[in-house]
Design a protein around this ligand. Structure first.
Ligand code: IPE
Ligand code: MG
Length: 258
């Protein structure tokens, strides 16, 4: 019998059942990392791709089931044209160059976000990677590209409203499960842990609905320097937290008297 990857690292001290099953990440600070070193911002983005590779590999090694990465937000279109073109080219390159490795590592890739605005050339490579990885059963890697959390909710509300208008649905049928099933992430469990690099304490319109009970972990480290040791620290901190989901944790000798 082969050992599961989650059990095969004696160097990591968090037992598999205490690790998050789904990790999401806001990868921030590529530009700042480059600026601090007198390098062009593009170099920060290039190194950011290397950090994605390291994070994916460490997630596999630690037996994490899902990784959702914020690659391009619907607000990033406000950036200078040259930077956007570079980011889109990098995305296209990732889809082509990583493809054999994603297949070899049994990674299943999905994309959330709106396809509009993504050049057809890039979309073609994305689609090809998605279809070549479609039969894979290992790490579920979800890439948020041209993604905005509010826009995702707007799209879901429109679909639901249309179903009500057509008589396929009654207003009383609308509940949390139904809303979840109309989001881009339909069928995907919510993240357990949301990482953010480069120190900012905000959500930036990422997975607004899905992170309602997610644990947040922020580091000052910029994304291009993010590595296995940071991921391990985030998981260690996560494992120490008590998730109550609005309930109470039973403590010995502590009773509620009215
Ligand atoms: C994150 O790094 C990468 C993307 C949003 C594509 P930034 O480019 O936002 O880096 P900073 O925030 O300017 O340092
Ligand atoms: Mg930023």
């Amino acid at each position: 019998m082969t050992e599961s990857p989650a059990r095969s690292q004696p160097d990591f001290d968090v037992p598999p059942e205490k690790r998050p099953r789904h990790i999401a990440a806001i990868m921030d600070g590529n530009g700042r990392w480059a600026q601090q070193r007198g390098l062009p911002r593009a170099e920060g983005h290039r190194q950011g791709v290397a950090a994605v590779r390291r994070t994916v590999e460490e997630c596999i090694r630690l037996g994490i089931e899902r990784l959702t990465l914020f690659c391009l937000s619907s607000e990033n279109w406000k950036r200078p044209r040259l930077e956007l073109e570079f980011l889109l080219r990098l995305l296209e390159q990732y889809m082509v160059e990583e493809r054999p490795d994603l297949v070899a590592k049994n990674i299943r890739v999905s994309v959330i976000g709106r396809p509009d605005g993504i050049p057809p050339r890039v979309r073609k490579e994305m689609d090809r990677t998605l279809s070549e990885c479609a039969g894979n059963s290992g790490l579920q890697l979800c890439l948020a590209i041209n993604y905005g959390g509010r826009r995702e909710i707007v799209d879901a509300v429109r679909e639901i409203a249309q179903a009500v208008a057509d008589g396929r649905l009654k207003p009383d049928d609308i509940n949390e499960e139904l809303i979840s099933s109309h989001l881009y992430t339909a069928g995907m469990p919510d993240p357990d842990l949301l990482l953010r690099t480069a120190g900012e304490m905000r959500i930036s319109n990422f997975l607004l609905w899905q992170i309602s009970y997610c644990e947040l972990w922020v580091t000052d480290v910029c994304w291009p320097e993010f590595g296995a040791e940071h991921l391990q620290q985030a998981i260690r901190d996560y494992a120490r937290r008590v998730r109550r989901f609005g309930g109470l944790v039973q403590a010995k000798g502590c009773t509620y008297k009215s």
